[in-house]
Write a protein that binds this ligand. Sequence first.
Ligand code: CA
Length: 236
Amino acid sequence: MKILLVEDDEVLCEILQTVLQKEGFIVQMTVDGGEGLYLAENFHPDAMILDVGLPTLDGISLLKIIREKGLTLPVLLLTEKGEVADRIHGLNAGADDFLPKPFDYGELVARVRAIIRRSKGVASSKLEMEDMEIDMAARTVRRGGQPIALTAKEFNLLEYLAIHVNRVVSRTELFEHLYNEEFESNSNVIDVYVKFLRNKIDVPYPVKLIQTVRGAGYVLRVGPNITCTDDEHIVV
Ligand code: CA
């Protein structure tokens, strides 16, 4: 999942980037409201952490523009302590949540995870599909009750597919939400990571969850119509 962090306190910005990266997030940060707008439109963030007091374009004005443009990404506002008016204006302008400074970093991470889940229509931080359990807060996976060790990248890929269960996700979309770079159409990096992930979560088990949809991407499919007849689980 990708987080856009717009905060003009550079020290706080660096700390938050480190905290969020440790939790597995891809982070893009800027200290400038105008650049924040550009990144919100072009960086494909899954959520935005937005400081209210910013140079060139303040946080609430930025939020209003984002909503006027039809961008629905969840936004967590960072407000100054005691500024009730900011919170009210922020929520009215389309913020999903707010956190007054100073705040606990663990609480920030939990709130970011919560607004992302809600925006994707997922109620709990634990997902159960077939015999697989994914704990998005603890970043752990089990199949048949057995823990499976995944790298950060593999977990992020699984989490993205699982949150969008039964929806075909293109390679481009996966790349945009899992990497900080522009997607190059000849890149096979997503295919490589899907293979790594399958080797751990699908190959040892009779029911294959990740399917390749030729020409479209990948889908984590659960439900009554799971059909996997070949090695690559290709659906055409
Ligand atoms: Ca500020």
